[in-house]
Design a protein around this ligand. Sequence first.
Ligand code: BGC
Length: 392
Amino acid sequence: MKRKLLSSILALGMVASLLAGCGQQDTGAAPAADAAPAAEEAAPAADAEAPAAEATGDMPGSGKTVALCMPTQSSERWINDCKNMKEQLEALGYTVIDQFAEDDVQAQVSQIENMVSQQVDCLVIAAVDSGALTTVEESAKNAGIPIIAYDRLLMDTDAVSYYATFDNKGVGTVIGQTIEEKAGLKDLQAKGESKTIEFFMGSPDDNNALMLYNGLMEVLKPYLDDGTLVCKTGRTSFEDTCILRWSQETAQQWCENYLAANYADEDLDICATAFDGFAYGCKAALENAGYTKDNWPIISGQDAELMACKDILDGTQTFSIYKDTRLLASKCVTMVNAVCNGTEPEINDTEQYDNGKLVVPSYLCTPVAVDKDNMKELIVDGGYYEASQLGL
Ligand code: BGC
């Protein structure tokens, strides 16, 4: 009985700490650092010798199953997203089933159909193709199963209750502003000088990709228009620069082609890429073309993957966008609690994310640029990676 009381108090503490995390402004790693250890601290209590049913009896998730439907394990971030959500949900007593579709649209449809037939209590979906799930989303709705869109908006459906994501247009703005600063674009403009740039944008079936592009171009288009930035391939539109399924191999291939066809006489100065995987592809292409640290371009990325952070410290990638997956997971967990227990999650955007059927109530976390100067403070002190993992 005593143990049961203790676990109930701990469970309530967890919920309070998750909800408290919601009230903070997401301007840095601090809320995430709060959220993640809270989940870790609570987990052992749930294990504490008592039979599982007794230990989780009064928890918000007890008796409920959540399915996490993730896009791929080929990129590290989704593995971390899944792990963080799983830990945090299990600490609240939920049973969690996770599924990765390995970027196969049909596989994801089948996985979700299967979860619907198992009558899970909530579906959390990070889509492979955001518009390809409408039929299975409709069956979930008919079966009374609520859906949370995770990181990527679910398009053309009214079956989605909430959306937890980062400010996707903001990611593009931060990439643009950081390129502007690192390349000294204002100075170049004042002196009438220029730098060359090529673009590697995200998947056309992911709503995030176009939003990122729009944020990026808001910052960089004026420099393209006045000739401060020169794109020698002429490929500056979203249609010409988007890469299906965020393929690293395609980014490498494109970069190799561009270097061979357009940069024989003049160096490429900036690779504006929307994903760490693209940065790795560009890095390989540049190495193959004989670029060295003397003419290495500015290269952007997104996700602050471990390999990207190492490349940033080595100087082969200039910066990435830090999206703390612990924080995003904690926001999503508050949404799962809301649909499963009738509570209210914190929402901070009710305007931007129109999926064609409804404007989905969303929580947008704030993206931050990480480079070698703030790596230790943001990533190591924030507990995202250990100093030893980065060779620091
Ligand atoms: C996410 C990015 C990620 C990309 C490729 C996007 O939907 O928002 O963080 O880099 O997918 O996985």
